[in-house]
Write a protein that binds this ligand. Structure first.
Ligand code: BGC
Length: 914
């Protein structure tokens, strides 16, 4: 004992000392971990507090920044000093002007409310600036010097040998292209990004990537080699077979900056001394796939010893640099891989691999054959009812990877295309297939996965999986409608309806921030927003005055606001405000007396249409008047403009939008509603939108809810909504006290419903409620995608209602969470977690023999309002203790709930008698 005493005292001291403060982790610069290549003059810093204690709040912080890792303690570039603030997310850098292509190091310490001493300094994080200004580029744009085969347009190889004359301390490559590029140094691939430079409105923004290539350089002679292909820049896009939308020729711009250990530096740039040739990729297109001829491989072409004496030169071009921006979002990377779950022989005798999941990417495979053998991989999403691959819904997209072998054993994969598929038909292979030789590799923007959601219902869990896979497959640098047919475009409406769900499943702040810059760039001079961004539909100069479409064009207003809510990111609203306002003004200019009742609308796209024999066959179709829909979205956007203007302190604008909103609602009531509250369209979408956006006087809302519920009952608990009604359907039912009906809809298994595709074996969200009909035939092939995320927008309701995780609008980004689970639909448990910038928010409940257990997690430096399902405060325990004993006081109650305001920590509530 005597001996033990000093040790235990030491332990106690140690634990008091270590647990006195939170520790600071997960440092982000502009939402990313140690990003390389940021063209942001004022980057923002975020960090997380981690603590074993409850109710932890930051009271102050101190940030220091240096251009040198070793001397970060000196904070030579910026020292914020101790700033009294509870802000730990999006702290703007305020030091001296940043230099181009410079790595900066930073760390932070914080003070919290649990102790007087500050935390330890955090681990060091860094970011590296990009070129920052067009004038900092030295490289020249180059085009290949040979005459191109303009029919097949094979990929181009460009190369250059250079010397690293001394010992290299660091080397970074800044690179972009007209077309897609893949770079190698000394035969090794540069970076792990794919389909670079990604897709943007190239004339306005062309992204370049910056790679740290220090480890690829060798002493003495080195070589850099880059292959280029058509991609989005000049490949076939849009269903009208347009080519060369941005330009006719491939081109490269690259600058390799080398710093030697003695402090001297050297730059190797694209210039007239590069060489050009063609490579093994004889054809590559986004929609049609790739033709790879191994016999044309130029072994060692990206190494210094290769002889390029028969290569052509290059031509330099004065394309300039003003549209260049460093990659703002996470690049496309490879993610999950899957082996075939079955090798099938179809009734037609074809060999087909089933990867068990509709996904986006390509197949890598090992093959042994003779020189000139031709192997063709054809990608499809579905098999028809007979078991044959279903090609028709690809429309004109060939979606094939074709290989001509050089002989022997090779491992092959495409480079400059992608496919949306679950099944792959293989032609040309002789002999038995070994499934282990084939791997499907997914490709999508490298957004961090942030959401988990599961329940006791396996079908709902499959629905959630389908929603997440839909997002993986369609967040490929731009939010696309679908990934398989000759479309794959940045449809604004689809992105708009799904954006809030997207922000639960993955971190999409930077992804949307990047895309929204193109929304603004491609916006028409009259403020209208194109239906597709990047806008490849409208050739400039415009022939006529373009108009917007409700639910599509207002992605320009709705998505910035949704990102603000999900991430507390005010800058996105500031940056988009001019674009948001321009679109709002456009709506004001086309509306007469605040009524928007003219012009083209997509309306409630793909809503239910009666099909003979369907469960709702006795009911009529569910078409909602297009302009009734438009008027509701006009109100929605105007309300968001009012909020955005208030947020940014633009009081005049806010007053104007408040007044306008009143007139929009009055005009709605006048045009579309009888005095007793009946709408001209007796549809679910009409009542849903009118209720969601408060279009009707309060006194008439209860009967509108009755009509909505009556309509749902008339369709025997089936939804009939399209793209625009669907996201709000369950939310409206919940808001007006009919969560029971929302559950009936969610759990409905027959068409039209969310679970009908699940019952039909779907692994992604379908474009139409019945893309595949109950008899296993397909909808019209002209528009039947099996990977279209829009209807997955119910995911937002699932997180926000079933597990009840939401953010308070006054504490966006989950600085103030609301956790209000609403059990129902015979679910016995549900769990969700969300990685926010502050840390994990969790809500997990379980019902067992009359008890409900709710576990919540609230990250440090945030607060939460918790609604514990309970009859009264007396029936609730926290970690086995009464609320009072646990130091908690109910701050209010709502029928069926005890409401608590709590600080950070993990809490387990049990309520009896439920
Ligand atoms: C696309 C969409 C889009 C719609 C607009 C379709 O071709 O796939 O999802 O929103 O057109 O009408």
């Amino acid at each position: 004992m005597k001996q033990l005493l000093p040790f235990s005292i030491l332990l106690i001291c140690l634990s008091t000392w270590t647990s006195a403060q939170s520790n600071v982790q997960n440092l982000l610069t502009e939402n990313r971990t140690n990003p390389i290549g940021l063209d942001v003059a004022v980057p923002r810093f975020s960090w997380q507090l981690h603590s074993t204690k409850q109710n932890v709040r930051q009271t102050a912080y101190e940030v220091r920044v240096s251009a040198d890792a070793a001397s970060v303690t000196k904070g030579a570039i910026w020292q914020s000093g101790r700033v009294a603030s509870d802000q730990s997310v999006h702290i703007a850098y305020a030091g001296q002007a940043l230099k181009p292509r410079q790595r900066y190091f930073w760390q932070v310490r914080i003070w919290d409310n649990t102790a007087e001493k500050p935390s330890a300094w955090s681990p060091v994080a860094y970011w590296q600036t990009g070129m920052l200004a067009a004038t900092n580029w030295k490289a020249k744009w180059i085009e290949p010097g040979f005459v191109e085969d303009t029919v097949n347009r094979p990929s181009t190889l460009l190369r250059k040998v250079f010397a690293a004359s001394k010992k290299v301390r660091s080397a970074t490559l800044s690179i972009t292209a007209h077309g897609l590029y893949e770079a190698q140094i000394n035969g090794k691939r540069v970076g792990d990004a794919y389909l670079t430079p990604g897709w943007t409105s190239y004339n306005n923004h062309l992204q370049y990537q910056i790679y740290d290539v220090t480890s690829l350089l060798i002493p003495g002679q080195n070589a850099i080699g880059v292959s280029l292909a058509s991609g989005w820049y000049r490949g076939r896009l849009v269903w009208e077979h347009q080519k060369n939308i941005y330009g006719k020729n491939l081109a490269l711009l690259g600058e390799l900056a080398i710093t030697y250990t003695d402090g001297s530096s050297e730059t190797v740039s694209t210039d007239e001394r590069w060489k050009s040739s063609t490579g093994p990729v004889r054809f590559a297109e986004i929609y049609d796939g790739e033709l790879y001829d191994s016999r044309l491989e130029k072994t060692g072409w990206a190494t210094p010893g290769y002889s390029d004496s028969d290569w052509s030169g290059v031509t330099t071009k004065p394309f300039g640099y003003t549209n260049l921006v460093a990659n703002y979002n996470e690049p496309i990377r490879q993610h999950e891989t899957r082996q075939p779950i079955k090798v099938l022989t179809t009734p037609k005798g074809e060999t087909v691999l089933d990867f068990g999941q509709n996904l986006v990417g390509w197949v890598k495979f090992k093959v042994t054959g003779k020189a000139g053998d031709k192997i063709v991989l054809s990608h499809v999403e579905m098999l028809d009812k007979f078991g044959n691959p279903y090609f028709e819904n690809l429309r004109t997209a060939k979606a094939q990877a074709t290989y001509l072998l050089k002989g022997g054993t090779e491992t092959l994969e495409p480079h400059f295309t992608f496919f949306g598929f679950r099944y792959v038909q293989i032609n040309g292979l002789t002999g038995p297939i070994n499934p282990a030789d084939f791997t499907a590799i997914t490709l999508y923007s490298d957004m961090p996965k942030t959401g988990e959601f599961t329940t006791s219902n396996a079908l709902v869990n499959q629905l959630q999986s389908n929603i997440q896979w839909g997002q993986r497959g369609n967040f490929l640098d731009v939010p696309t409608d679908c990934p398989q047919r000759d479309e794959r475009l940045g449809w604004t409406g689809d992105a708009e309806v799904f954006s809030r769900t997207a922000a639960f499943n993955f971190g999409v702040n930077s992804f949307f921030a990047k895309w929204l810059k193109d929304v603004a760039a491609d916006q028409f001079p009259n403020g209208a927003v194109p239906f597709i961004i990047p806008d490849v539909l409208n050739k400039r100069p415009l022939k006529e005055d373009p108009a917007g479409a409700a639910g599509w064009s207002d992605a320009s207003i709705i998505i910035p606001w949704n990102m603000y809510l999900a991430y507390g990111d005010k800058r996105i609203v500031e940056q988009q405000y001019a674009s948001m306002k321009a679109y709002e003004s456009h709506m004001e200019s086309v509306a007469r007396n605040a009524l928007w009742s003219e012009g083209f609308q997509f309306g409630d796209w793909l809503s239910y249409v009666t099909t003979e024999g369907s469960p709702a066959s006795e009911a009529k179709s569910a078409f909602t008047d297009n302009h009734l829909v438009a008027q509701c979205f006009y109100a929605y956007s105007t309300d968001l403009m009012r909020k955005a203007a208030t947020l940014l302190g633009k009081t005049e604008d806010a007053a104007h939008y408040t007044e306008l909103l009143g007139r929009i609602k009055a005009a709605f009531q006048n045009a579309y509603m009888t005095p007793s509250g009946r709408l001209i369209s007796d549809t679910q979408t009409a009542y849903v939108l009118a209720l969601q956006f408060d279009m009707m006087p309060e006194s008439l809302r209860p009967q509108a809810v009755d009509r909505l519920v009556g309509n749902i009952k008339k369709y025997k608990n089936h939804l009939t909504t399209g793209f625009l009604g669907t996201p709000f359907l369950c939310h409206v039912l919940t808001r007006f006290g009919r969560t029971d009906v929302a559950y009936d809809l969610l759990l409905q298994e027959t068409y039209p419903s969310w679970l009908y595709p699940v019952k039909m074996g779907a692994t992604t969200i379908w474009e139409r409620w019945d893309s595949m009909k109950p008899d296993s035939t397909f909808q019209s092939p002209s528009m039947t995608s099996f990977n279209h995320y829009a209807y997955g927008a119910v995911g937002d309701w699932m997180y926000r209602t079933i597990t009840g995780i939401d953010t308070d609008e006054t504490g966006p980004g989950y600085k103030h969470s609301i956790i209000k689970p609403q059990p129902g639909g015979k679910l016995t448990s549900a769990n969700a977690s969300l990685q926010t910038y502050y840390g994990t928010v969790r809500s997990s409940w379980k019902k067992e023999s009359g008890h409900l257990t709710l576990t919540v997690e609230v990250p440090a430096n945030t607060i939460a309002t918790i609604y514990v399902p309970a009859q009264s405060a007396e029936t609730v325990l926290e970690s086995g203790k009464s609320l009072a004993a646990a130091g908690l006081t109910a701050s209010g109650s709502e029928p069926g709930y005890v409401v608590l305001k709590i600080g950070s920590g993990v809490y387990t509530f049990t309520s009896a008698g439920l």
